[in-house]
Design a binder for this molecule. Structure first.
Ligand code: CP
Length: 309
């Protein structure tokens, strides 16, 4: 695994290996060990051309716990504002003898582009590209599901909200189907579902009540207004009435269903506060699990598998 750009093309054995490796890292705090030396001497560059709270900071924490050096490039104050191209930015960072780029970009395919053009010894991890993919988010979500449900077989999973613009949903659907869940339902108005939704290995539904019936996992998504034409923005109150997760709607799922959200959450738009903060919510556990999963992906791409045994 040289780069980690997408879930596409990865098989069940490799996804399971990522989850198992992450599980060994998740045990680090239980062992009262803060750091392991697996990436000592390596330099990792966080290259975020789009805003982030969770992904950037958990990548930084993951790298630090692996004893790597981390460079956080502030794009707003970098020379890209003076017209430097993406490729020239990469060439200059390569000249500083770095070992890995963690890339977030508003354009789909940006991480693949960098992987194709960077020096052969450098690994690239996709931290979210446009509407295309967010593979480490999908893997920390799979980790959280396995933590609570123990296995994937037989699970019914509902993904609700803005599927059309969601790179997270695309990566989750690929991972869930590869890991062998029994059903992935996507619940959204027609305007927020991709035209080719039926070829994605999901069951599309427009009625949230019917869609949530007897599911084991509910994944809520935010309306990605930054990727929408402002003339077609849905009304938030109307969206919440039809597709917001309330306690009444949650009661339609299995009693032990878990509620997930990749964040950032918009309270009162796609999820009620009482559900986001409720006993079935694992939203903050997803954030915590991001550290171990990103440690796993970093070590596996750098060829330093292992972790705490
Ligand atoms: N889930 C996620 O990607 O959050 P950030 O945009 O804060 O990184």
């Amino acid at each position: 695994l040289k780069h980690f750009l997408s879930i596409e093309g990865l098989d069940k054995a490799l996804l399971t290996e990522i989850l198992d490796t992450a599980e060994s890292f998740a045990g680090i705090s239980e062992h009262q060990v803060k750091k392991v030396p697996l990436l000592r001497g390596k330099t990792i560059v966080n290259l975020f051309f789009e805003n982030s709270t969770r992904t950037r900071t958990t990548f930084e924490l993951a790298a630090t716990r692996l004893s790597a050096d981390v460079l956080n490039i502030n794009i707003a104050t970098s020379a890209t504002s003076k017209g430097e191209s993406l490729l020239d930015t990469i060439r200059n960072l390569e000249a500083m003898h770095v070992d890995m780029f963690v890339v977030r970009h508003a354009l789909s395919g940006a991480a693949h582009f960098i992987a194709q053009h960077t020096a052969p010894h450098i690994s690239v991890i996709n931290a979210g590209d446009g509407q295309h993919a967010h593979p480490t988010q999908a893997m920390l979500d799979m980790f959280t599901i396995r933590q609570h449900k123990k296995h994937f077989e037989g699970l019914k999973v509902a993904i609700v909200g803005d599927i059309l613009h969601s790179r997270v949903a695309r990566s989750q659907i690929l991972a869930l189907n590869t890991l062998g869940v029994s059903e992935v339902r996507v619940i959204a108005p027609k305007t927020l579902l991709p035209a080719h939704v039926r070829s994605m290995g999901v069951i599309p539904l427009h009625d949230m009540d019917a869609g949530l019936k007897d599911v084991d996992v509910i994944i809520m998504l935010r309306l990605q207004k930054e990727r929408m034409n402002s003339a077609f923005l849905p009304s938030e109150s109307e969206f919440f009435r039809c597709y917001g997760l309330t306690e009444a709607k949650l009661a339609l799922a299995k009693p032990d269903a878990i509620v997930m959200h990749p964040g950032p959450i918009n309270r009162g738009v796609e999820i009620a506060s009482s559900v986001a903060d409720g006993s079935q919510s694992v939203i903050l556990q997803q954030v915590s699990n991001g550290i171990a999963v990103r440690m796993a992906v970093m070590t596996m791409t750098m060829g330093s598998r292992g972790g705490m045994q």
